[in-house]
Design a protein around this ligand. Structure first.
Ligand code: TXA
Ligand code: MG
Length: 338
């Protein structure tokens, strides 16, 4: 299996020359991991079904899980989909930035069917990260980019995380240091009628609702696993160790993922503090790095301190619930989930 993937993967600083080279690789149908303000993305040409198939293969992602198309600016995104008044208002307020809008695809759209998994809707995002911006502009076409992790693993917030998961499977990793937000974009569907939250993420729901002047519909977690957000599968961000939520104490063979020092004096074999001062943005930025760090210590389970559910806490708790969900056996070998 690995022989058919094998590629020489280079990890390089995201200089202007490296970005130009990455653009060349992408135009030729290759795969490049790029930094964004949320997490690192595994980019390929969204317009090429061959490039998109290579993304699915490198991740081991099931083909029914659609990808986000990344654009350099709102104008090019708007050409690909039918943005209603709510979508336009959100785009004006939050693009470029960590918001993904799902909208009906435009007839003249260039994004291929495979990137959309055959859906007649498209997920669009205009990232704010200067390297992602420069790269998309240099390529001159939208880039499909799921998080640059193997399927079922936590999202990468540093270039080294990408290398851990995808070395030998992609062409190039552009290193621009740690990502600012550390959790993925918030996904909102605008399909006529009230906008609907499909995935909590880096932009707080409260801020979206303030811009819209109305409440978002919230998909029930079970509904979110259905056809409308096929990527929101229950067990998703899975470390190898078990994950125990809302921990008030830490067991013998457990590591502690702490928030605001709640588990500090429990004597955990390994300990990671998401935010000593209880800052939810700082905790979000540290979340995936913390899970990876503790998971690398071969502990039986990770005990997670309670985290308030307001603001970015909603996105953090959503990811943690998925990490803690019961997993089908295949997920442990990283083959089933995105
Ligand atoms: O921050 C992010 O959004 C990162 C960076 C790289 O941009 N990307 C990311 O992509 O998180 P990914 O593939 O890991 O997650 C995309 C999610 C999936 O849950 C997928 O099911 C959902 O977006 N999605 C994509 N197209 C959709 C559509 N047409 N309708 C509903 N959900 C869609
Ligand atoms: Mg992902």
């Amino acid at each position: 299996m690995s022989a058919s993937f094998y590629r020489q993967t280079r990890l390089v600083p995201a200089t202007a020359e490296a970005i130009a080279e990455a653009a060349k690789i992408l135009r030729a149908g290759g795969l490049v991991a790029m930094p964004t303000e949320t997490v690192y993305g595994l980019a390929g040409l969204a317009t090429s079904d061959t490039a998109v198939a290579a993304i699915y293969a490198a991740k081991g992602r099931p083909a029914f899980n659609p990808l986000i198309a990344h654009f350099a600016d709102s104008a090019s995104a708007a050409g690909e989909a039918m943005l209603d008044s709510r979508a336009l208002r959100l785009a004006a307020a939050f693009w470029p930035g960590p918001l993904t809008l799902v909208a009906p695809v435009a007839a003249a759209g260039r994004v291929g069917l495979l990137a959309r998994s055959g859906l007649d809707t498209l997920a669009l995002r205009v990232p704010a990260h200067p390297v992602a911006q420069a790269l998309i502009q240099a390529v001159g076409a939208p880039l499909a980019a799921p998080s640059a992790n193997r399927s079922g693993r936590v999202s990468p917030t540093r270039a080294e995380h990408v290398a851990e998961d995808l070395d030998g499977r992609i062409d190039l990793i552009l290193d621009a240091g740690p990502c600012n937000y550390g959790v993925e974009s918030t996904i909102v569907a605008c399909l006529g009628g009230p906008a609907r939250l499909l995935r909590p993420g880096a932009i707080a729901v409260e801020d979206l609702e303030k811009t819209l002047g109305e409440r978002l519909d919230r998909a029930a977690p079970e509904a979110a696993a259905g056809p409308i957000a096929p990527g929101a599968l229950a067990s998703h961000y899975a470390p190898r160790a078990g994950v125990r939520l809302d921990a008030q104490d830490v067991g013998a063979a457990e590591a502690a993922l702490d928030f605001a020092g709640q588990l500090r004096s429990c004597g955990a074999v390994s300990y990671f503090e998401l935010s000593p001062g209880g800052d939810l943005a700082e905790a979000a930025a540290n979340l995936f790095a913390g899970l990876r760090r503790l998971d690398s210590q071969s502990v039986r389970a990770i005990a997670v301190a309670p985290i308030p559910d307001r603001g970015l806490g909603a996105a953090i708790n959503d990811r943690l619930r998925r990490a803690a969900a019961p997993r089908p056996d295949d997920t442990l070998s990283g083959t089933l989930y995105a």
